[in-house]
Design a binder for this molecule. Structure first.
Ligand code: FMN
Length: 205
C-alpha cells in the first residue's frame, strides 16, 4: 500500500512539474511570438508643418504627414509625430528666416512629449520636409534621444525641388550603426494625389 501511495505521489509530482514546465515554456514562446510579430512591424517617425507653405498655400495638414499616414496605413505601422509649437501660425517668409538661423546655429529645439520606445521594431521610417537642405532641426533633437543600432532605417522627404538633399546622409551620420536604405522623396505639392507613388516605393523595398 505504502509503495502504491509513493508511486502515485511521484506521478503527481512529475505531472505537475511537467505541467508547469509546459506552461512556462508556453508563456515564453507566446512572448517570443509577440516579440517577433512586433519586430516585423514598422514604425514611422515624422515631422510636418501645417500652415502657410511654399507652393501649396495655407494647408491644414502638412505634406509630410500625408505621406507618413500613407506609410502607416499601407504597412500597418505605428507612428510618432515630432511636435513643436515653435512655428505655429508663422507665415512662410519669417519661418524661412527662423529655420535658416536654427540650421546655421545647429539649434536643437525641444519637442513635445517623450521619445518613443523603438525596442520592438526592426524597421523605422523617418520623414520630414527639406528645410534648407536637410531635415528641420527639431528632428535632430529627437535623433539624439533614440537608439536605432542594428535597425533598418528608411528616410523619406517631401520637398519643392531639393529631393532628398542631405537628409539620408544626415540620418546615416546620426545613426552610424543602423542600416540606412530605401530612401524616397516626393514633391510636397504632389502628395495629395501621390498615394500610388508611395505604394510603388513601399512595394519596391
Ligand atoms: C523653412 C522652410 C525651408 C524650406 N527649404 C526647402 C529646401 O531647402 N528645399 C526644398 O526643396 N524645399 C524646401 N522647402 C519646402 C518644403 O520642403 C516643402 O514644402 C515640404 O513639402 C513641406 O512639408 P510639410 O508640409 O510636411 O512641412 C522649405 C520650406 C520651409 C517652410
Amino acid at each position: 500500500m505504502k509503495r502504491i501511495i509513493t508511486a502515485v505521489l511521484a506521478l503527481l509530482i512529475v505531472t505537475s512539474c511537467n505541467g508547469q514546465d509546459v506552461k512556462t515554456h508556453g508563456r515564453a514562446s507566446q512572448a517570443n511570438n509577440l516579440k517577433s510579430q512586433n519586430m516585423s512591424k514598422s514604425f514611422v517617425i515624422f515631422f510636418s508643418h501645417a500652415g502657410d507653405n511654399y507652393s501649396v498655400g495655407n494647408i491644414e495638414v502638412g505634406n509630410t504627414k500625408i505621406v507618413a499616414d500613407y506609410i502607416t496605413e499601407i504597412k500597418g505601422a505605428d507612428q510618432f509625430e515630432i511636435v513643436t509649437h515653435k512655428y505655429d501660425g508663422m507665415a512662410y517668409m519669417p519661418l524661412i528666416e527662423l529655420a535658416k538661423e536654427e540650421a546655421n546655429k545647429g539649434e536643437l529645439p525641444p519637442y513635445e512629449g517623450t521619445a518613443p520606445d523603438l525596442s520592438q521594431y526592426d524597421t523605422v521610417f523617418i520623414g520630414g520636409p527639406v528645410w534648407w537642405g536637410t531635415y528641420p532641426q527639431v528632428m535632430f533633437t529627437l535623433f539624439k534621444d533614440i537608439n536605432l543600432d542594428g535597425k533598418t532605417v528608411i528616410p523619406f522627404t517631401t520637398h519643392e525641388g531639393s529631393g532628398l538633399a542631405s537628409c539620408a546622409s544626415d540620418v546615416k551620420k546620426s545613426f552610424p550603426k543602423a542600416k540606412v536604405t530605401g530612401e524616397f522623396s516626393i514633391y510636397g505639392h504632389e502628395v495629395r494625389t501621390g498615394k500610388a507613388k508611395v505604394e510603388k516605393w513601399l512595394k519596391s523595398l
